[in-house]
Design a protein around this ligand. Structure first.
Ligand SMILES: Cc1cc2nc3c(=O)[nH]c(=O)nc-3n(C[C@H](O)[C@H](O)[C@H](O)COP(=O)(O)O)c2cc1C
Length: 158
């Protein structure tokens, strides 16, 4: 099964999970790059505002088309119970017709259910085959790694 992992990460936690998933599934990996500066206090506030408003952001052109893969795994941090703007922008611009799609999010322990539902709602035509929440990524590293590996085994057996 040809697999692509697509993720956005502001501070590295979603990247950490995306890399584990890509290794476990022998997948290609694509980082969605947000061209807006989201560093610092102002960047944080702006990010929450953009996510809550559902604002699109400017993303760097991506290299891989979902159409070339059987399974696409989407990873996003939770921003105010929503996907990050770069991921909502990416999802609105791509079509997943005929594809298996799995979604994961990282957060600190709040709003994950809504974030997953809102992320799934942006996936046009895809067949959602899995979802995963990874909370406090680097604090609970051992527990999270076994959770990720269990999830990947399930995806690999689809
Ligand atoms: C603007 C903003 C909003 C956030 N909202 C939430 C939230 O609603 N619930 C939560 O548990 N964590 C929230 N967080 C924390 C991140 O989801 C969490 O730290 C995530 O793992 C960061 O991933 P990253 O390092 O890949 O950017 C928020 C972070 C930012 C920047």
């Amino acid at each position: 099964m040809k697999t692509l992992v697509v993720y956005y990460s502001r501070t590295g936690k979603t990247k950490f999970v995306a890399e584990k998933v890509a290794t476990a599934l022998k997948a290609d990996i694509e980082e969605v790059v947000d061209m807006k500066n989201r560093n610092g206090r102002f960047g944080f506030l702006k990010s929450g505002y953009d996510a809550t408003r559902g604002n699109e952001t400017e993303i760097k052109e991506t290299q891989n088309s979902p159409s070339n893969f059987d399974l696409v795994v989407i990873g996003t941090p939770v921003w105010n119970s929503r996907p990050a703007s770069a991921i909502s922008t990416y999802l609105k611009r791509n079509n997943f017709a005929g594809k298996k799609v799995a979604v994961f999010c990282t957060n600190e322990g709040m709003g994950e259910e809504k974030a997953i539902e809102r992320t799934k709602a942006l996936i046009s035509n895809g067949n959602i085959v899995g979802e995963l929440v990874v909370s406090k990524v680097l604090e609970n590293q051992e527990e999270n790694e076994s959770k990720i590996s269990y999830w990947c085994n399930k995806l690999a057996s689809l």
